[in-house]
Design a protein around this ligand. Structure first.
Ligand code: PHE
Length: 452
């Protein structure tokens, strides 16, 4: 039965195509925009250490499970979970993993696109020379004038959504694969140039100590939950994005190898982004806990002062847009694949509909930075709430269910066959996914209950 199952959406052309696509999904705003600012808000080194631990004991095992379930089911996460639950004689309620992923996808993309819109707008600022000789205060003002303006943000958000749905509509090979090939390596080179600049900025050691000296007295309960949530967010886990990409993975590819490659590449990019940004923060007397505007306030100062800053600045924000783009298409792919399978819609129609809903939802995020900035629940703006609800709650919960399904419901002969690794390694994965991952997620949640 499994051997004959085929994805109706097509297949990646090779192992490398999958690695690029999954890395494209993982590496995005999460690494370059979110990781530095939440690290800044949570006091640095100790937070980074907890995040790295979460990647190792939760992220990698769950990523292997998601790819495995996807490749075995070969459909959208909703249908994959339904088919596999039937096959394993489990409850049909396991579909909830797919449904919550669909909901998370809409919510995440709605704010993701707004932030990607900021990056688009910064491409224009960079190319027009607005950063030349800019001071830290002027840079903060520039950012302030962007986020206080709903119409400008709406235009960029609209453009980014159109770009995303355009690629999604074209499908796996034509759309997704081609868009990613060149961009990842280019982004890496640009980040290395920035780190090189940061090394000479005068704040490198301070930035380095901030990132890597662990002072656990600075970590709060919420910080631990944020670190766990970010491990899921940055690896695109817990909502079906990696599962649906796994559905397009050829059967002969080693899941373990690709999971490790993607996780290591993603972590390296985040750490490089941190090493580029914090030295500039400290060298210019900026505030590491500045929040979501952190990279938009700090990097222009660096570009404005360095030789060739216009070119590097433009390239950097352009590549940030591309990184966000290749993530955005994966955030909405589970929804689109489901619409195509279940409703029989064309990819084009499915993309336009899903994109339309997301676009409307995005308006709430835009307004939360200006007109609605005082609208708060639990002391959080709409944007903060969306981010908290998805990254800190929905993704870890989705990951927990995926771990339980892969570890306890699935027949071990099935998972062993699908993962295709040597017995010793398989037993280690099983131990992690059955006990360590669920207990870790459970403990962080239990610990966080008193936050409410
Ligand atoms: N991993 C992406 C990033 O770090 C965001 C993402 C989240 C993508 C969830 C897919 C699913 O930017």
């Amino acid at each position: 039965m499994t051997e004959t199952r085929q994805s109706i959406h097509g297949q990646w052309s090779s192992r490398w195509a999958f690695i690029l696509a999954a890395t494209g999904s993982a590496v995005g705003l999460g690494n370059i925009w979110k990781f530095p600012y939440i690290t800044g808000e949570n006091g640095g080194g100790a937070f980074v250490l907890i995040y790295l631990l979460c990647i190792a004991v939760v992220g990698i095992p769950v990523m292997m499970s998601e790819i495995m379930l996807g490749r075995r089911g070969k459909q959208s996460p909703i249908h994959t979970m339904r088919t596999l639950a039937q096959e394993e004689r489990g409850s049909s309620s396991w579909q909830i993993v797919g449904w919550s992923g669909v909901l998370a996808g809409f919510l995440i993309l709605s704010f993701y696109s707004v932030i990607a819109g900021w990056a688009l707008s910064y491409v224009v600022s960079a190319v027009s020379g607005s950063f030349s000789g800019i001071s830290a205060d002027q840079s903060s003002d520039l950012f302030g004038s962007l986020v206080s303006n709903p119409t400008v943000q709406l235009s960029w958000h609209t453009l980014f959504m159109v770009m995303t749905m355009f690629v999604v509509a074209r499908g796996v090979r034509d759309g997704l694969e081609k868009a990613i090939r060149l961009l990842m390596p280019a982004l890496l080179v640009l980040l290395l140039i920035l780190v090189g600049y940061a090394m000479n900025s005068g704040g490198f050691m301070q930035g380095f100590h901030f990132l890597f000296d662990a002072d656990f007295s600075k970590v709060t309960t919420e910080g631990v939950l944020t670190a766990l949530g970010h491990a899921f967010f940055t690896l695109s886990l817990g909502m079906g994005a990696i599962m649906v990409y796994g559905a397009y993975l050829p059967d002969d590819v080693s899941i373990t190898r690709v999971a490790f490659t993607v996780a290591i590449a993603d972590t390296a990019v985040a750490l490089l982004a941190g090493m580029a940004i914090f030295p500039i923060v400290f060298a210019n007397g900026l505030e590491p806990g500045a929040g979501p505007g952190l990279i938009f306030q700090t990097l222009p100062v660096a570009f404005g002062a360095m030789p060739g800053g216009i070119i590097f600045g433009t390239l950097f924000f352009l590549l940030l847009v591309f990184a966000a783009w290749s993530s955005a298409i994966s955030i909405i792919e589970p929804v689109v694949a489901w619409l195509v399978e279940d409703r029989g819609w064309s990819r084009k129609r499915a993309s336009i509909s899903a994109g339309g809903v997301t676009w409307v939802l995005g308006i709430a995020t835009i307004l939360s930075f200006n007109v609605w900035s005082e609208v708060k629940w639990f002391d959080k703006t709409i944007f903060d709430l969306l981010d908290y609800l998805t990254a800190n709650i929905m993704l870890p919960l989705g990951g927990l269910l995926i771990a339980l399904f892969a570890g306890w419901v699935m027949n071990q002969n099935h998972s062993r066959g699908e993962l295709g690794m040597e017995e010793g390694l398989y037993q280690r994965w099983l131990l992690l996914i059955r006990y360590v991952t669920p207990v870790a997620i459970g403990l962080v949640f239990l610990n966080a209950i008193d936050l409410i």
